[in-house]
Write a protein that binds this ligand. Structure first.
Ligand code: NAD
Length: 486
């Protein structure tokens, strides 16, 4: 595996090692080998980064000068394109992305999505006027101003780092916010590369800062509790989201949360099984199931349950996952040994709960890297932990349903509400199911909602707010209503 350069922190427009000189190893998921080191930022470094972001915001040039932002973020977009090959190498090396995901959320999609952000910045109406109102006998004009939310702390996970780092930082910067990005410890370089790109633009110092750290919580908690930070934009597990929301409540800090999911794919009895059931392997095994919107509960009609299980066994056993650098593969390793053990623990839980292992459930033999076999559980009841909890691995649970009504009930019987899908010969019938399932995104008959202008996010414990699209830009704005005499 290629050796990469060790990375530094980016604070106030300058690269620097951690003040205490510490670094930590970056481990390649596909081999388990150390591929380089990242600066292990401390609270002292985070303090300096927050101060820089605060100064840059309060200086007002960035937050109020749309032309400056347009010019700099266009340079940033060009820098992203110029770094395509390096991003691909990093996504494969540190995130364990198979090449088949590079054309999607690991590289091409997020890079192309920034054009939407630039268009939004060009065309967005930041100021509008309402007609004269005469409330309580005071005739008044009302001006509605959209203003940048302030200093944003962006805290991101390791599964699709470029996508999530950009989906937060780009609209935040476009809106006029300044940003401190804290990536997951496992994927420091898909954050520091954004600093390298920003550094080559005319971006004023302090507008964008990156603090990598070996400890998952330390400097993240600091971002949440520091009063100089106005808003936290977080993607990660629901458990961490809960902690962040509680900590942020002390200062009533604005939080935007993209959390976990346990999304259901509902197959209705009129669907073309030969076509639809094997696609379930794609929905679950893409990036080894490390997707918050993966469709990890499959709901099939009870009278065709055994037939579906047979098809799934064939499809899951046929999924190649040899090496992330093999062309066209969509399944790779898990991010870490810790994550692999977490997934294997869920396999044990499933067996203890009485589910039937149809295929997989183990590590592949004689293979380096943090792989788990494509895994299918049958005879699953929706109340089991393997049906209720997010596993974040290549594991599908298959649950029988007794018709559309019953399928909707099972799909909604979850603390999560991130995504879902339905397959039916009738679009109308599929849409009727889509309307009743309480999730933030939904796919009918294999259609793909993932696009720059589609808002993405969850109902219930899958989060608060929306990323991407117009909604994902407006998350980073405050609204000020100003009255002047008519
Ligand atoms: P995680 O919640 O453990 O960590 C996410 C980020 O939060 C990391 O940067 C981590 O260092 C940081 N963090 C951890 N504890 C913190 C604390 N107390 N205060 C502040 N920051 C803290 O999640 P993960 O293991 O990195 O990622 C996997 C999880 O993320 C899965 O559960 C998955 O569903 C979820 N996820 C959700 C989405 C989405 O858009 N909804 C996208 C990707 C991943």
């Amino acid at each position: 595996m290629t050796k990469f350069e060790d990375s530094l922190l980016y604070i106030d427009g300058k690269f620097a090692p951690a003040k205490n000189g510490k670094t930590y190893p970056n481990v390649a998921p596909a081999t388990g080998e150390i591929i380089g080191y990242a600066a292990d930022g401390s609270t002292e470094d985070m303090d300096t980064a927050i101060a820089a972001a605060r100064r840059a915001f309060d200086g007002r040039d960035w937050s109020t000068d749309r032309d400056l932002r347009l010019r700099v973020l266009t340079q940033f977009r060009d820098g992203l394109h110029a770094s395509r090959e390096r991003i691909k190498a990093l996504a494969v090396a540190e995130a364990g992305s198979p090449l088949g995901c590079i054309a999607g959320p690991q590289r091409d999609a997020p890079i192309s999505f920034v054009d939407f952000g630039l268009e939004m910045l060009k065309s967005y109406v930041f100021e509008r006027e309402l007609p004269v109102a005469n409330t309580m006998g005071v005739p008044s004009r009302r001006l509605i101003w959209k203003e940048a939310a302030g200093v944003v702390g962006a805290i991101t996970p390791w599964n699709v780092p470029l996508q999530i780092n950009l989906a937060k930082c780009f609209p935040a910067l476009a809106a006029g916010c300044t940003v401190v990005l804290k990536p997951a410890p496992e994927t420091p370089w898909l954050a520091t590369i954004l600093a390298e790109i920003a550094d080559k633009t005319d971006m004023p110092p302090g507008v964008f800062n990156v603090i990598t750290s070996a400890q998952p919580a330390l400097v993240g908690e600091q971002l949440v509790t520091d009063p100089r930070v106005d808003m936290i934009s977080f993607t990660g597990s629901t458990a961490t989201g809960r902690l962040i929301m509680a900590a942020a409540s002390e200062q009533i800090k604005k939080v935007f949360l993209e959390l976990g999911g346990k999304s259901a794919f509902v197959v209705l009895d009129d669907a073309d099984f030969e076509l639809v059931i094997p696609t379930s392997a794609f929905f679950v095994l893409y990036h080894a199931g490390q997707g918050c919107a993966s469709l990890t509960r499959l709901l099939v009609p009870r009278n065709r349950y055994d037939e579906a299980i047979g098809m799934l066994k064939t499809a899951f056993e046929a999924m190649p996952y040899t090496d992330p650098t093999a062309e066209n593969q969509i399944m790779g390793p898990l991010i870490s040994e810790r994550q692999r053990q977490r997934v294997l623990e869920y396999v044990k839980i499933g067996l203890d709960e009485g589910a039937r292992l149809v295929t997989g459930g183990d590590m592949p033999h004689g293979k380096k890297g943090f792989y788990v076999q494509p895994t299918v559980f049958a005879d699953v009841d929706n109340s089991m932990r393997i049906a209720q909890e997010e596993i974040f691995g290549p594991v599908l649970v298959v649950i029988p349903h007794d018709g559309d009504e019953d399928a909707v009930r099972i799909a909604n019987d979850s603390i999560f509400g991130l995504s879902g899908g339905v397959a039916s010969a009738s679009t109308e019938r599929a849409l009727a199911v889509a309307r009743r399932i309480r999730t933030g995104t939904f796919s009918v008959n294999g259609a793909n909602y993932f696009a720059a202008d589609t808002p993405f996010g969850g109902y219930k414990q899958s989060g608060i707010g929306r990323e991407m699209g117009r909604e994902g830009f407006e998350e980073y704005l405050e609204t000020k209503s100003v009255a002047i005499p008519a």
